[in-house]
Ligand binder design. Structure first.
Ligand code: NDP
Length: 261
């Protein structure tokens, strides 16, 4: 993983969606600790203000940014605040996501459940990214990290002996598969620019998203995301990178690496 100094990101501006709790909060904290001014996106004013306060108490230059990624007016307002009040954007972490209502097996899937999940996990990311792309293009070393998941990896999910062999559901997993392709396509469009676009797999972390069933902490989940957000100039673009979860893991196996799409 990239080793960065406490001031490596001084002068940069980062936006993290869904930064009021869980992995997003930890990403905001870690980018802020490296000197970036952090815009903590949150859809609820109370939770956003609390996150800002909590980050500031840790010495981070944080500012709550009202942002509901499913609301086009909210996205437009947020993009205007970033442009008018900060004048630059170096790092965008598309972290906000939902699991959605229980949808059962594929044959039972209610379309409303899929639509709800896609609004946040897929359409919201494209809408926000496109609203902020003009500013990100101006950044000397712009980075976009889409927070995905190993459950979006078709190869991982199709392995009958893999750790996710028992998970059979359409909405959330397929939203992350869509996000993986979206990541690859932005990376392709932007390959001649300094911008890097990658997808992160935090690993299974104990957060509200899964009723705190994960075996990793939110802070550990943030590590791969921050790694991708701070890649050097010769780093990759258009990959899915993060925690490697194996049933047969040996003590010397790497904790992080590139995952199959
Ligand atoms: P949490 O449920 O703890 O946090 C999700 C965050 O997204 C919250 O801040 C939530 O805000 C926000 N959010 C949800 N909908 C919107 C919206 N419409 N607009 C703005 N913000 C919104 O989840 P995690 O921290 O676990 O998840 C973070 C990311 O990591 C997600 O992309 C998730 O898919 C991914 N991930 C998580 C894993 C895990 O094991 N936890 C594993 C693999 C991937 P609010 O508080 O208002 O609800």
């Amino acid at each position: 993983m990239t080793k960065t100094t406490a001031t490596a990101l001084t002068g940069t501006v980062s936006l993290v969606t869904g930064a009021n709790k869980g992995i997003g909060f930890e990403v905001a904290r870690m980018l802020g600790a490296q000197g970036s001014t952090v815009l903590a996106g949150a859809r609820d004013p109370g939770r956003g203000a609390e996150a800002e306060q909590s980050l500031r108490a840790r010495g981070i230059d944080a500012r709550y940014l009202p942002l509901d990624v499913t609301d086009s007016d909210s996205i437009a307002r947020a993009a205007k605040v970033v442009a008018d009040e900060f004048g630059r954007l170096d790092i965008l972490v598309n972290n906000a996501a939902i699991v959605g209502p229980a949808a059962g097996e594929p044959s039972q899937t209610p379309l409303d459940a899929m639509r709800e999940v896609y609004e946040t996990n897929v359409f919201g990311i494209v809408a926000l990214t496109n609203a902020l792309l003009p500013m990100l293009r101006q950044a000397p070393a712009g980075r976009i990290v889409n927070v995905s998941s190993e459950v979006g990896s078709i190869e991982t999910m199709s392995d009958p002996h893999g750790v996710l062999a028992g998970l059979v559901s359409i909405p959330y997993p397929s939203s992350k598969t869509a996000l993986n392709m979206i990541t690859a396509m932005y990376a392709k469009e932007l390959r001649a620019t300094p911008l890097k676009v990658n997808a992160a797999n935090p690993g299974y972390c104990a957060t509200d998203l899964n009723g705190h069933r994960g075996f990793r902490t939110a802070e550990q989940g943030a590590e791969a995301i921050v790694h991708l957000a701070t890649l050097p100039e010769d780093g990759p673009s258009g990959i899915l990178y993060g925690h490697l979860w194996r049933t047969d893991a040996q003590p010397d196996d790497p904790e992080y690496g590139t995952l199959a799409w």
